[in-house]
Design a protein around this ligand. Structure first.
Ligand SMILES: Nc1nc2c(ncn2[C@@H]2O[C@H](COP(=O)(O)OP(=O)(O)OP(=O)(O)O)[C@@H](O)[C@H]2O)c(=O)[nH]1
Ligand SMILES: [Mg+2]
Length: 341
């Protein structure tokens, strides 16, 4: 008889009644729910469940707010500290290996500290790392050792790398870390020395691409290797298209822009007048389209600015200029000062 009732992959409470609900397993004797079993053995992704909101947190705890560099524009937007004001908050910027080689991480850290202060976000520390780098994991382990609080929570949006960090720290080989967003469903814990490490279900970020594209499509859009910047010399009313998903048109002066997206994503230079045709005819050079688009214009100041395209990547442009963006309806898009240089 099995002694656990939780899926070892995603933490969901196992159930045998409803195939369409989270935690469904053929039997309570199994270690994994059906969904994790298929992912683990066949790499198959079918269902998408959004985990419940964060469970109640212990007061004897340190919270590591884990974010990917791809989600930097939303780093401070989850006000967990408002309903748990007595805990220590450490912002952990993960996946730094995705940033181009030339990135100045010290500058990035300084600008994040300034942002936190401007936004009045309480923080104990801000740290940066790559879960793929064993040296960074060792450093994180030593860093955690300094805390006398018993519970160490890994909290953050889906796909930021919480489970990857959890597995590397605790040497737990059963929990599943994967490029499918929303994988971890319930908290999974593991003792590490005097600490209990908690891998929490991912927080929901409205407008990330898994909300409107199936896994087999969005997995190629999310960078998994170091991003190589691509520089484009643009003329007025020229357009860059990222697959059939996003079109970016310069409405002001001729200028160069830098795109930071996965190498697997197709980019095409065209002009404003052709965009609607390319999209409505589902042009053959692109694999990816959606049914509904919306448009937004950004006024770019006379400094290096960043447009973040959901969890796909970024564009840097030094204004002044006006940039028109056509993008999938509901997709998260933001304008900020360049968050890395
Ligand atoms: N390049 C890179 N990829 C990473 C890093 N950390 C995690 N990943 C990848 O990011 C994807 C998501 O990782 P997970 O650990 O499952 O993310 P999570 O935050 O637990 O996601 P949810 O359970 O959905 O909330 C996986 O494909 C990981 O291999 C990192 O530091 N660098
Ligand atoms: Mg997870």
């Amino acid at each position: 008889m099995s002694t656990h009732t939780k899926c070892r992959g995603c933490g969901a409470t196992l159930q045998i009644e409803d195939q369409k609900k989270v935690g469904y397993a053929l039997s309570f004797e199994l270690d994994y729910c059906q969904s994790c079993y298929k992912l683990l053995h066949y790499g198959e992704v079918h269902e998408h469940f959004h985990p419940e909101d964060l469970p109640k947190l212990s007061q004897d705890a340190v919270c590591f707010m884990v974010s990917s560099v791809l989600h930097l524009d939303t780093l401070f937007t989850y006000p967990v500290y408002r309903y748990e004001p007595n805990l220590k908050y450490i912002y952990l910027i993960n996946q730094t290996d995705l940033l181009p080689e030339s990135t100045n991480l010290d500058d990035m850290l300084k600008s994040m500290i300034i942002r936190a202060k401007i936004m009045n976000v309480p923080f104990f520390d801000i740290i940066m790392m790559s879960a793929k780098n064993p040296y960074d994991i060792d450093n994180l382990q030593n860093y955690i050792n300094q805390f006398k609080e018993k519970n160490i929570y890994l909290i953050g949006v889906q796909n930021s790398g919480k489970t990857t960090i959890f597995k590397a720290l605790t040497k737990n080989n059963e929990a599943l870390a994967f490029s499918k967003a929303g994988l971890t469903q319930e908290a999974i814990s593991h003792q590490l020395g005097k600490h209990l490490i908690w891998d929490m279900p991912g927080l929901y970020q409205q407008g990330y691409i898994h909300h409107f594209l199936p896994y087999k499509t969005y997995k190629k859009l999310i960078p998994s290797e170091q991003i190589k910047p691509k520089i484009y010399q643009m003329k007025k009313e020229q357009t860059l298209m990222i697959e059939g998903l996003i079109s970016i048109t310069l409405m002001g002066l001729d200028q160069s822009v830098v795109l930071y997206v996965s190498d697997l994503v197709k980019i095409h230079k065209t002009n404003d007048k052709r965009v609607k045709d390319l999209i409505s005819n589902k042009d053959q050079q692109f694999d990816i389209f959606v049914d509904q688009y919306e448009e937004k214009s950004f006024k770019i100041k006379d400094q290096k600015m960043q447009i973040t395209f959901a969890d796909i990547g970024f564009m840097h442009i030094e204004g002044p200029n006006t940039v028109k963006v056509l993008y999938p309806k509901g997709m998260h898009l933001s304008l900020s000062e360049a968050l890395f240089k």
